[in-house]
Design a protein around this ligand. Structure first.
Ligand code: ZN
Ligand code: ZN
Ligand code: ZN
Length: 365
């Protein structure tokens, strides 16, 4: 499905103007992919899209990358200007801008590039571009939601296949490798991360899968995702290998209810923080408030983590098209952890889950 980059560039210009920015300076990142479809890696040689409201966008590229840029979708959308090795790329950008303007720059722009721009434009101000660009990026269009749904279904199928044959006796690392390869076999272009936290390791939300062998009675947190045609997946299920203890069953049920409460709260016009509060209330009432040690969710799209964030303090209202995770958890240090995560999209009629993998406690061998 083709994305309408020309429309995105035009709207980004409008948003920059509304934010009283003289230009956006976008370096290789999801921002650049979103606006132009061009996806070069970030490098020490500067590539930068200069988007000035009311002017044609200009892509400043190193001379040796001109062919690649020209052949990309960006080649038909923007004017390409080159700088050659030995020249100062920051001067090439500054030549397009006024020395005392205010500019929004890609959040993940390398420091060396921002410092280069700053030293040549000492009267200019630089601010993060995310408040402007996230206004566009966080409201997904139909084509983007379609790709996020496909990625979610592939992640669900990965969960089904990897747990089908049982996990007992396998190491976390072996299961992690199976998650990564199955993500690709079921439709992803690449796997991005694969967390397997068994037994006490599940109490560390971002545990690095290791040599621990899964034993009967272990709860296991599986959290994994990848990228499909640019768009990310991210799903978590906590399963029980062998009969779960009463405590594991109880904690899992609390997290399941917290996840459901947060899901029901994700209605259009509701402030994002209400989603976090809904999950936290269930967990706090059950007496585990201090064991829920992270926010409830993050936006997802071209980046695995992007706005909007489901976190206390984010009063931004949810809007149709927003896509984000809902992933409450309870972590009992040294013992085990439980997390359940789905990607959800907001529609005018209410929230819809993109992940369909069962959320009840799955007991396998
Ligand atoms: Zn995470
Ligand atoms: Zn996750
Ligand atoms: Zn997540």
């Amino acid at each position: 499905m083709a994305h309408d980059h020309a429309d995105r560039l035009a709207r980004a210009g409008d948003e920059a103007k509304r934010a009283e920015l003289d230009a956006l300076i976008v370096t290789p990142s999801a921002d650049l992919v979103y606006l132009t479809g061009y996806a070069p890696p970030p490098l020490e040689r500067l590539t930068a899209l200069v988007l000035r409201p009311g002017n044609d966008p200009v892509l400043v590229v190193p001379e040796l990358e001109r062919p690649r840029a020209a052949m990309s979708t960006a080649g038909k959308l923007v004017q390409i200007e080159i700088w050659s090795d030995g020249e100062d790329p920051y001067e090439a950008v500054a030549a397009l801008l006024s020395a005392d303007g205010t500019y929004g720059v890609t959040d993940s722009m390398w420091a060396v590039h921002l410092l280069g721009l700053q030293s040549g434009m000492s009267g200019a101000g630089f601010v993060p571009a995310s408040p402007v660009l996230s206004r566009l990026r966080q409201r997904k269009d139909e084509g983007e939601i379609h790709l996020l749904s496909r990625a979610a279904r592939s992640a669900d199928e990965t969960f089904r296949q990897v747990t089908r044959d049982g996990l007992e006796g396998k190491t976390e690392a072996k299961i992690a490798r199976a998650l990564a390869s199955t993500l690709v076999e079921t439709g992803h272009d690449e796997a991005l991360f694969w967390i397997v936290g068994s037994g006490p390791n599940g109490a560390s939300p971002h545990h690095d899968s290791g040599v621990r062998e899964i034993r009967a009675g272990d709860p296991v947190v599986l959290d994994f995702g990848g990228r499909l045609q640019g768009y990310c997946s991210d799903v978590t299920r906590t399963i029980s290998v062998g009969e779960p203890s009463d405590e594991v069953k109880e904690i899992h049920e609390i997290v399941r209810q917290a996840q459901e409460a947060a899901f029901q709260a994700a209605q259009p016009s509701v402030p994002a923080q209400e989603v976090d509060r809904a999950a936290r209330e269930v967990i706090a009432e059950a007496g585990y408030g201090r064991a829920f040690i992270h926010r409830t969710g993050h936006g997802i799209g071209l980046d695995e983590h992007e706005p909007p964030y489901m976190i206390e303090g984010n009063g931004e209202p949810l809007e149709p098209g927003m896509c984000f995770s809902i992933e409450p958890g309870i972590y009992l240090d040294g013992r085990f952890g439980v997390r359940i995560e789905d990607i959800v999209t907001v529609t005018p009629e209410g929230p819809v889950r993109l992940n369909r993998a069962p959320r009840d406690l799955l007991v396998i061998g």
